[in-house]
Design a protein around this ligand. Structure first.
Ligand SMILES: NCc1[nH]cc(CCC(=O)O)c1CC(=O)O
Length: 308
């Protein structure tokens, strides 16, 4: 029996990235009955991992987390890349495709605070830490009096700043907290209807070489069709509206009674205005549905809407 790697799984080295890569590895092991050593993980350091002090939107956007994995994939040192779908740019490099997605985790955002029960309960003028333009704008929309400060870093760093009283609250994706076993810190889970998540939130995307039939076949049994429909709609929606990730955009699609429903939201960066859309259609038309939802918002957006 062969002992050489069947496929090398490429991942970033952050705790969340590793959890996602291990989940992918475990699903492949279960699907194919291979020993773990034939599906090794290869950790790849990315530019995004080295930037801690600035908003990523300023430093160059989403590609910061994916470029080095893309290169490793194209060079053949890895055979599949595991990504948070949320961090994956809408346009991938030539020669790389998304094979599909694992079953989606909780898509919602979590509110974490040591003294307020939820966003509405925060005292006037409270300080909320978040580095996400979407979360910043959604917070300001619901609580115009709250101050939002740039805050990055892992869960432990954020909790330490909450404890020191530097911030009153922060928001994080439930999906990440679940994957890291850290949901004990969650104060409240925000309903999708009140606080629309980011496009792709909670989903793990698998990238492969476009011409690699062998890897495409191997990952097929672990891919989740329903998540694929939702993500096709969400990513088409995002593509129509923005590539730069400098715009506060939220989008979420899900199956409702056999139909695919997409909700989309664009916000003024300061939260003083927003436009939303809801569309339903056949899951097979996911991309067209997302595109139409995005075009609808774009057509309704007044000039200067996205100016700070
Ligand atoms: N941008 C960072 C990032 N990318 C994916 C997740 C969490 C997992 C997910 O959303 O799928 C996070 C952290 C967060 O937003 O709390």
């Amino acid at each position: 029996m062969s002992t050489s790697p069947a496929f090398v799984i490429g991942t970033r080295g952050s705790p969340l990235a590793l959890a996602q890569a291990h989940e992918t590895q475990r699903r492949l092991i279960d699907a194919h009955g291979l020993p773990p050593e034939r599906l090794p993980l290869q950790i790849i350091k990315t530019t995004g991992d080295r930037i801690q002090d600035r908003a990523l939107s300023e430093a160059g956007g989403k590609g910061l987390f994916t470029k080095e994995l893309d290169i490793a994939l194209l060079e053949g040192s890895i055979d599949l890349g595991v990504h948070s779908a949320k961090d994956l740019p809408t346009a991938l490099p030539e020669g790389i495709v998304i094979a599909g997605y694992l079953p989606r985790e909780d898509v919602r955002d979590a509110f974490i605070s040591l003294h307020a029960r939820n966003l509405q309960d925060l005292p006037e003028g409270a300080v909320v830490g978040s580095a996400s333009l979407r979360r910043q704008a959604e917070i300001r929309r619901l609580r115009p009096d709250v101050k939002v400060t740039l805050l990055r870093g892992n869960v432990e760093t954020r909790l330490a700043r909450l404890k020191r009283g530097e911030i009153d609250a922060t928001l994080l994706a439930m999906a990440g907290l679940r994957r890291l076993g850290l949901t004990e810190h969650v104060t409240a889970v925000l309903d999708v209807e009140d606080f629309l998540p980011a496009v792709g939130q909670g989903a793990i995307a698998i990238t492969i070489r476009a011409d690699d039939e062998k890897v495409a076949r191997a990952v097929r049994p672990i891919l989740h069709a329903e998540t694929g429909y939702a993500l096709a709609a969400e990513r088409a929606f995002l593509t129509v509206l923005d590539g730069s990730c400098r715009t506060p955009i939220a989008g979420h699609a899900r199956l409702v009674d056999g139909e695919l429903e997409i909700r989309g939201l664009v916000l003024r960066p300061n939260g003083s205005g927003s436009l939303d859309v809801v569309r339903r259609g056949a899951p097979e038309d996911a991309a067209a549905l997302g595109r139409e939802a995005g075009l609808d918002l774009r057509a309704r957006m007044p000039d200067g809407f996205l100016d700070p």
